[in-house]
Design a protein around this ligand. Structure first.
Ligand code: GAR
Length: 210
């Protein structure tokens, strides 16, 4: 069945899976905002079987699944199993929320235009890790976060939403991360809702609508 003909809840809300590897604070923000924003969080999946976010999701009444990424015979083989789990839960959209795994090309292709990620920098600056410390070290006056479509390029997909915060003289990586995280929790649900409502259009590297 085509994705357009399934993956909608009984109430007509698009079914979303959130992929996490850790504490899941963005996941919690996405779950909390779902009733007001018109999507349904139908699954939280983790590649870390004891990720703290799994318990948070379960306590919120969301179905969870976990599969350790080790020992599956490579990245693509593991991702194929994840894809099967998503299919079993009739998922239409995927939101990566601190999912600290590089994705295989087939997985990215399967979810092209239907998968978002949140990254703690103002992309295209500071892809990868240690974004907060690197922004401070580079002398940035502002830092922030980005929600973007996932493509084969790490942290390189079309940008859906961004929020900026000031970098203060007394900031450490930790204090800056906390200020940015509050903005992550604000913009990610809005960006996901826009995707689920069909309001986003990808035009090259740009996203129109929102
Ligand atoms: C968030 O700050 C998110 O932007 C970042 O990991 C953190 C996860 O926190 N993601 C990345 O760095 C991806 N490159 P959370 O589990 O509390 O949402």
């Amino acid at each position: 069945m085509s994705p357009e003909r399934r993956a909608v809840s009984i109430a007509g809300r698009p079914r979303v899976a959130i992929l996490i590897s850790g504490r899941g604070s963005n996941m919690a923000a996405l779950i909390d905002a779902a009733p007001a924003l018109g999507y349904e969080v139908a699954l939280v999946f983790s590649n870390v079987v004891d990720a703290p976010g799994l318990a948070v999701a379960a306590a919120a009444g969301v179905a969870t699944a976990a599969l350790d990424h080790r020992g599956h015979g490579g990245r693509a083989a593991f991702d194929a199993k994840v894809d099967a789990i998503l299919a079993a839960h009739d998922i239409r959209y995927v939101a990566l929320a601190g999912y600290m795994r590089l994705l295989s090309d087939p997985f990215v292709a399967a979810w092209a235009g239907r998968m978002l990620n949140i990254h703690p920098s103002l992309l295209p600056s500071f892809t990868g890790l240690d974004t907060h410390a690197r922004a401070i070290a580079a002398g940035c006056r502002v830092a922030g976060c980005t929600v973007h479509f996932v493509t084969g390029e790490l942290d390189g997909g079309p940008i859906v939403a961004q929020a900026a915060v000031p970098v203060l003289e007394e900031d450490t990586a930790e204090t800056l991360a906390a200020r940015i995280l509050a903005e992550e929790h604000r913009i990610y649900p809005l960006a996901l809702a826009a995707l689920c409502a069909g309001r986003l259009r990808i035009a090259g590297q740009r996203v129109l609508g929102g």
